[in-house]
Design a protein around this ligand. Structure first.
Ligand SMILES: Cc1ncc(COP(=O)(O)O)c(C=O)c1O
Length: 400
């Protein structure tokens, strides 16, 4: 299968894995890192360490400038407007936990939070626990037989009691991108806060947050070829004042005495404590590098890999979950336990994910104990796919 990746050479982790005869098809869990990210981290730790927003000395000023420049360039990458805010978090999970606590004061018993049926636990459990603690109803949006949100039915589910709508732009199990705009617009017209989980989507399509009509957008750097432990919470200007401060500590305070404090607005008011400066600066460098590449060529390459994976699985009679159209495919082999298959693939050097994919309610609703997932990134190539299928054929010969 001739599908070379011109970007593979920039990822030392992928080259090292290849030397160990390992094929990385688990980028939806976390992506391998480009040189630019690793070099920026090294540069920061060798030449630029200082705490930010705290010191008058030159190293502190330089670090603060680098940190705030990173915020600006990440905001540009998100195509956010200048009035909107980018708050740094530890990742998508923390971003959604922040929102679930910072918006809690808007909810009263009898109100509703809406999520889709395919949400990752990160976009389910914070809302579920908030709902339980406040006597609020967690409503699950209708899904059609292909595993897509039924947009008309979802709009019909919105009501005057609905307060928050939180939905993923790309499910980590179903891998189907769909237009959420009509739902977001309907929610906005009813004064419902809208949250988009972009953990999976952001790496395959650069977000345009001036166009996407949500109040909040969250994603994780590590799935975007960036470092671990950093995430983005984008907040629209119109919604940011709805947030109540949720964690407390250094550098978030305007004024403080023993019994009382006044806090800074976003972003600093929502970033107490020492931030992950090195990682944030390295993340911005990674996004700048990504932006310098031919995004249309990357999208074409990923689509060609995806088509090849789908076709190969269909030819072999695998049971595919939903109708994936982007970057990943989840499947089961008839009559074979997913864990057995994953074990045999792993023994042959194929790294795919197997299990419930942190979306247990979805798998239960499909009557599945688990599934395997192949997920793709710009550095995968035709050889990776070929090696996956030869390993799959060998495993199936043993198991079926
Ligand atoms: C759709 C989706 N949302 C949220 C998350 C959680 O992301 P993180 O673990 O980076 O916080 C994931 C992780 O796989 C995901 O796939």
């Amino acid at each position: 299968m001739f599908l070379p990746s011109p970007w593979r050479q920039f990822f030392p982790g992928i080259l090292a894995l290849a030397e160990q005869q390992q094929v990385w098809l688990d980028s939806a869990a976390t992506a391998q890192k480009p040189h630019v990210m690793i070099d920026t981290l090294t540069q920061y730790y060798q030449h630029a360490v200082a705490n930010v927003h705290r010191a008058q000395h030159q190293p502190g000023e330089r670090a603060t400038r680098a940190f705030e420049d990173a915020r600006s360039s990440i905001s540009k990458w998100l195509q956010a407007s200048e009035d909107d805010q980018v708050i740094f978090t530890k990742g998508t999970t923390e971003g959604i936990n922040l929102l679930s606590q910072a918006l809690a004061h808007h909810l009263q018993a009898g109100d509703e939070i809406l999520i889709s049926a395919y949400e990752h636990h990160a976009n389910l459990l914070p809302w579920q626990q908030l709902a339980l603690s406040r006597g609020v109803k967690l409503k699950i949006l209708a899904m059609d037989s292909d595993g897509h949100v039924d947009i008309d039915a979802a709009i019909a589910q919105l009501s005057a009691r609905s307060k928050i709508l939180a939905i993923s732009a790309l499910s980590n199990v179903i891998g189907h991108q769909q237009a959420l705009e009509p739902l977001l617009q309907a929610a906005r017209a009813m004064g419902i806060y809208t949250v988009i989980d972009g953990a999976q989507a952001a790496v395959h399509q650069r977000p345009n947050l001036q166009q996407l009509d949500c109040d909040f957008y969250v994603c994780s750097a590590h799935k975007l070829y960036g470092p671990d432990g950093v995430g983005i919470l984008f907040t629209r200007e119109r919604a940011v004042t709805a947030l109540r401060h949720w964690q407390f500590g250094g550098e978030m305070v305007r004024d403080c005495d023993y019994q009382h404090a006044e806090f800074l607005p976003a972003p600093l008011g929502f970033e107490p404590g020492t931030p992950s400066t090195a990682n944030i600066v390295a993340f911005a460098a990674t996004l700048d590098w990504l932006h310098s590449l031919d995004s249309a060529a990357i999208a074409r390459h990923e689509a060609a890999l995806h088509t090849a994976v789908l076709a190969g699985l269909q030819q072999r009679g695998m049971q595919i979950i939903g109708t994936p159209n982007c970057a990943l495919v989840s499947f089961n082999a008839p009559g074979v336990h997913h864990a057995d298959l994953a074990l045999l693939l792993g023994e042959q050097g194929i790294a795919v994910r197997a299990g419930h994919h942190c979306a247990m309610p979805l798998l239960k609703s499909l009557g599945l104990a688990g599934a395997l997932r192949v997920s793709l990134a710009m550095y995968n190539d035709g050889d990776d796919i070929q090696r996956f299928f030869s390993a799959l054929d060998q495993a199936l010969e043993i198991l079926q």
